[in-house]
Design a protein around this ligand. Structure first.
Ligand code: FES
Length: 154
């Protein structure tokens, strides 16, 4: 839609309101629960880093494969794939974040895309091997969510 007036802009803003609020709500809470279509989630967003570092590590290939898997499973009306800016964690990219449960996957490859759709998005099960493991955490337990840009994390 071409923006020709302030009214056009208001229409676009109104249309995007729901999606933006979904992200805001998600950022307010970290949940242990993993949401998937099998657990009753109505709408999920997959945020893919489109920053330079992640792009250089094939984030476009991840996007392409996610879209193919979404189409294959006929869930295009329930799942959105959105390219976003740098998360500030480039060394662990490509980064993929799932909304609303705030799952933060690191070092994702295009080959992981189908598993993300089948396991997480449809099945509601996190993929442990893609979760970030803080080397300073004694238990080496994967971190489900990194809400804020993890500046300072080695
Ligand atoms: S470029 Fe993806 S986290 Fe920075």
């Amino acid at each position: 839609m071409k923006i020709l007036s302030i009214h056009d802009l208001q229409i676009i803003r109104k249309r995007a309101e729901h999606h933006l609020s979904l992200r805001e709500e998600s950022n307010e809470k970290v949940t242990e629960k993993c949401y998937g279509l099998a657990s009753g989630a109505q709408h999920l967003q997959i945020l893919i880093c489109g920053g330079t570092g992640c792009k250089a590590s094939s984030s476009q290939g991840i996007t392409d494969n996610l879209l193919k898997a979404i189409q294959k499973n006929e869930i295009t009306d329930k799942v959105e794939v959105i390219t976003v800016g740098c998360f500030g964690f480039c060394e662990k990219g490509p980064i993929v974040k799932i909304i609303p449960d705030n799952t933060f996957y690191t070092q994702v490859t295009p080959e992981d895309a189908e598993e993300i759709i089948n396991e997480h998005i449809i099945g509601g099960r996190r993929i442990e091997r893609l979760l970030y493991v803080d080397p300073k955490t004694p238990s080496n337990r994967p971190s489900i969510s990194l809400l804020y840009p993890p500046i300072g994390i080695p």
